[in-house]
Every structure is written in C-alpha cells, then in structure tokens.
Design a protein. Structure first.
Length: 219
C-alpha cells in the first residue's frame, strides 16, 4: 500500500512539472517508508528512520520530504494525523568526514569479502555502480542479463553494465525473484542493508552513503 501511495505522490509531482532530478530526490528520501504501513507510523518512528546512519543535512532534507508527503496524504484523505507536525528541527552539527580513507576502505572491503555471497554482491554493486541503495534492493534476478563476463542490469534509468563474477554466481543460486533476500527468505530492505553495514564497518564515523560515494572520492 505505502509503495503505491509514494508512486501516486511522485506521479502527482510529475504532472505538476517537477524535474526528473527533483522527483528522483523525493523518491530516494521516501524509500525507507516503503516497508511500513504509512497510516500507523508515529513521530517517534520517523525520528528513528531519519536517524539511521545519515548525515544531519540528509536527515533535514528527508524530514522536509516527509512533511510534504504527509500534507499530500491528508489532502487525499488517506491519513487524519500528520506525525511530522510535532517533529522539531534537525540539529545541525559539524559534518562527518566526507570520504573514507584508503586504510579504512581496505578494512571494510576485507570484511565484505568474508560476508555471505548476497551481502558481498550488494556492497560491490553499491560501490562499483551508480545504482542507489533503494534501487539495488528492488532488483530481481530477471532484471539482470549476462553477455560473456559482463552483466547488464535493468534499472528505471536504463541499463547499467558491470563485470562481477560474484553477481553471476548469486543469480545462478537465486534463479528468480528478489536478488537480495533476508535470512527469512523475504526481499532484503533498508534494515537488512543497515545491519550489514554496521557489521562490516568498524568505524562509526562512516556512513553507508559515504561508502557509496567512495567510488568517486579519495582521501
């Protein structure tokens, strides 16, 4: 239900003439809500979501998006209560280190190598492609085709190519359905990605988004 509501909100923005980049930003900000029943979320729930390993600037932007989304939901008569109304402003503190040092990156990648196959592939694709976290988690085995040793991954933005032998092994094992699954056999979600990031990253100053950016940044 929540995914359908988010898509309806984004479609409404598109009809109003918002740019594709703006709509993509809204989509990314709202993605963590997709795994919840939007009519049952409380202000405390939203605070927990915004506090998950994102910088304060990102949390403030996400809060603004949540507010706009809930106003739209109220206008549509879907919710009576807007939990964002009692959220205080995000306290801005000095930004965390902007990139991961080479030494720390080696340590993180060493932990990635020890992880289960699906976790290894997730972080390899996160690092080596422009695919965002929420889009990786949505991938199905059927979205990936192989030609020789190159994978062609179908996304909303088109095809992304990458050479990754672990990805081929994972697709052969999964055969069909979600590419990334939890230990319970369900499609992996933000909680899954966040928990694994906490396991493989021993330095709390680094976020999963900084790992994502590490493909383009060096310290």
């Amino acid at each position: 239900m929540t995914h359908q509501l988010i898509n309806g909100f984004l479609n409404d923005l598109q009809e109003k003439g918002y740019s594709s980049n703006t709509i993509r930003a809204y989509k990314s900000a709202l993605a963590p809500l997709g795994q919840y029943n939007i009519t049952e979320l409380t202000a405390r729930d939203l605070m927990i979501i915004m506090g998950r390993d994102w910088g304060n600037a990102t949390a403030a932007s996400r809060q603004s998006t949540f507010r706009r989304f809930y106003k739209w939901l109220q206008k549509k008569g879907i919710v009576d209560y807007d939990p964002t109304e009692i959220l205080g402003p995000v306290q801005m503190t000095p930004a965390k280190r902007q990139c991961i040092s080479e030494e720390d990156m080696r340590a993180i990648l060493s932990e990635v190598e020890k992880a289960p196959l699906e976790v290894k592939v997730f972080f390899e694709l996160l690092r080596d492609t422009d695919i965002q976290i929420e889009d990786l988690l949505k991938l199905n085995v059927e979205d990936i085709k192989f030609r020789l040793n190159t994978a062609f991954i179908k996304t909303d933005e088109g095809f992304v190519t990458v050479k990754n032998s672990n990805l081929l092994e994972l697709c052969c094992r999964q055969k069909n359905g979600p590419l990334f699954v939890s230990s319970r056999g369900n499609r992996a979600n933000y909680h899954w990605a966040y928990r694994w990031w906490k396991r493989i990253n021993k330095n709390p100053q680094y976020t999963i988004n900084q790992f994502k950016k590490s493909q383009k940044e060096t310290c």
